[in-house]
Design a protein around this ligand. Structure first.
Ligand SMILES: [Zn+2]
Length: 570
């Protein structure tokens, strides 16, 4: 008898090959049979009219802290994600002793906008080495699977202490970093990550870039090559701003050295390159050139470009301006009055025109109203603030104030950065269709009060597959299952195939979609976050057990911390 039979569904197996009708039988945590199954299962799902696919794999998350207080792995778990790679961009909670805790965390809290209070309340710092940290994460209850990178900022801070934020590494420092990195790999870390993005800063008033930014390229290259000598591991990093320079020569110099590193180290290299990133045409070429030169490199794309979700109940770009701070500190009833008062409105609008906006990693940017949407639908079809302002013949900020008041402050706005917003569908599709990119740049677990890109997997299926018909369902599923599984090296995941781990989604291709985000204060100590569920996923199976049914957790906690081994990541 099977433990679970998913009956009458249409299998979209992750390979990109044509879908077919079949039952799927699960024994223990593995797929045991695919075909016409006559036996009963201890548990059964009637998947008539539904797609049965592999669980989705997200290669770019920052769940490192959240995994301590959220056994579900939300919001990823609500979008069909069954495996999340954490520790990206150099940001990890290990290595580092309890005494170094605040210094290690200073890298992460602003750059990734993760509440230090929530971390303080929920994380018992029971480790020094990365190996010990993995042992702690191993024991946490988990609904979904995780795999962990070791981060350069933590590694550098662990070895160099305060010197990590300004000094070059000595010979001994480098030796100590290398030693810890290799031990982390031996313990099952799946890769090494870093950030050369100067947008990743320490909390104010310090404002220095995070630790990884103070290392030389030679330091980075030496660590990547050391990892390469193990024959395992992937290198991910948030790229240097020169890669987005308007000067092609500047872009070429940093792209060339990256190509060289990929070839020299033998390590697969990956980085975020959502469509719209200046220089993204160079980057697509870089991926191909690296492959031609014998290296391995892949880009991480996004379904729509990174956006900030703003609202009067959450955060606004204007909150720091004194005129706004004064009003925003009031109870909503008083705010309502203020936003209706012509004199106050005038003052507030002027402040938005005069004010100096922040530019840090995950902070709301200066608005461009033609790239700011009034969100009524989580998939598409939303008007811009600029268009509504023209229609009403008012200032864009007035539109925002009016909509806030009219909606009892619930109206959400979605703002894309002018310099990185995809300019057309063609531009988005050029990066999504490139065979050396993976659609995975969710940043789940980070920026939880401002960015809600955890939904990109369901957004891909709702928008690009169903609405735009730009990909078949087989192609769309492959992009978020087998493609990331192969890129990161998940040996027995990403396919509906006998013998593979039974991480599966059962979803309705006609309705799967992200739902509207909401603002909640449900982090430890009541910190705020955006929360977003999805529609159309009937069941998510993890390690053979139904973990989510119609968006509700069943209580199953079969997720594991996956480890890199000589035989792949398992
Ligand atoms: Zn990241």
């Amino acid at each position: 008898m099977y433990d679970l039979v998913i009956r009458n569904g249409t299998v979209v197996d992750g390979t990109g090959l044509p879908k077919y009708r079949a039952d799927v039988g699960v024994s223990g945590d593995r797929i045991a049979a695919i075909g016409r199954i006559r036996e009963r299962g201890k548990d059964e799902i009637d998947a008539t009219g539904q797609v049965v696919s592999p669980g989705f794999i997200d290669g770019h998350t920052h769940m490192d802290a959240q995994v301590f207080w959220d056994p579900l792995g939300s919001c990823s778990c609500w979008h069909g994600v069954t495996t999340a790679v954490m520790g990206n961009c150099g940001f990890t909670l290990a290595p580092g002793s309890a005494a170094q805790r605040d210094l290690i965390l200073s890298n992460i809290v602003r750059a990734e906008d993760i509440s230090p209070e929530a971390i303080g309340a929920a994380v018992r710092w029971d480790w020094t080495t990365f190996r010990e940290y993995m042992g702690v994460v191993d024991k946490l209850p988990k609904a979904i699977n995780y795999a962990a990178n070791i981060g350069h900022s933590a590694l550098r801070t662990y070895v160099m202490g305060e010197r990590a934020f300004g000094q070059q590494a000595s010979h001994d420092d480098l030796g100590a970093m290398e030693h810890e990195l290799l031990d982390a790999m031996d313990a099952g870390a799946i890769g090494f990550t870093s950030s050369l993005s100067t947008g990743h800063k320490l909390p104010e008033p310090d404002n220095r870039p995070v630790a990884s930014n103070h290392g030389s390229w030679d330091e980075l290259a030496q660590l990547v090559c050391a990892m390469g000598s193990t024959g395992r591991g992937i290198f991910e990093y948030a790229r240097e701003k020169e890669s987005r320079s308007l000067d092609p020569k500047v872009r070429k110099a940093v792209n060339d050295r990256l190509l060289d590193l990929a070839v020299k180290s033998g390590v697969p290299i990956t980085f975020g390159m959502p469509a719209g990133t200046p220089g993204s045409q160079d980057l697509l070429k870089l991926l191909d050139d690296t492959a031609a030169a014998g290296g391995r490199m892949f880009g991480q794309t996004h379904t729509r470009g990174i956006s900030h979700v703003l609202s009067f109940k959450g955060r606004l770009q204007f909150d720091d301006f004194p005129e706004w701070a004064q009003v925003r500190a009031l109870p909503y009833e008083a705010q309502r009055k203020a936003f209706r008062d012509p004199e106050t409105r005038k003052r507030l609008i002027e402040a938005t025109q005069r004010g100096v906006y922040r530019t840090g990693g995950g902070e709301p940017r200066k608005p461009t109203y033609k790239h700011m949407y009034v969100v009524h639908n989580a998939v598409s079809g939303n008007p811009t603030v600029e268009a509504l302002a023209a229609k009403r013949n008012v200032d864009p900020v007035e539109v925002m104030m009016d909509l806030a008041v009219e909606s009892d402050f619930n109206q959400l706005f979605m703002q894309f950065d002018e310099t990185t917003v995809p300019k057309s569908d063609e531009e988005s599709l050029a990066t999504l269709r490139h065979p050396r990119t993976v659609m995975t740049f969710s940043d789940s677990g980070a920026h939880v009060s401002l960015i809600m890109d955890t939904c990109i997997h369901t957004h891909l299926l709702a928008y690009w597959v169903r609405e735009k018909n730009a990909f078949s369902i087989e192609e769309g599923v492959k992009m978020i299952t087998l493609a990331p599984a192969v890129a990161w090296g998940f040996t027995d995941r990403g396919l509906v195939r006998q013998g593979c781990i039974a991480d599966l989604n059962v979803f309705d291709p006609a309705t799967i979609a992200p739902e509207m985000p909401t603002i909640e204060n449900d982090l430890p100590t009541g910190a705020r976050r955006l929360k977003q569920k999805s529609a159309g996923i009937m069941a998510t199976v993890i390690a053979g057990k139904v973990a989510f049914r119609d968006g509700e957790h069943t209580g199953a906690l079969g997720g594991k911390l996956l480890r890199s081994t000589a035989g792949g990541i398992q």
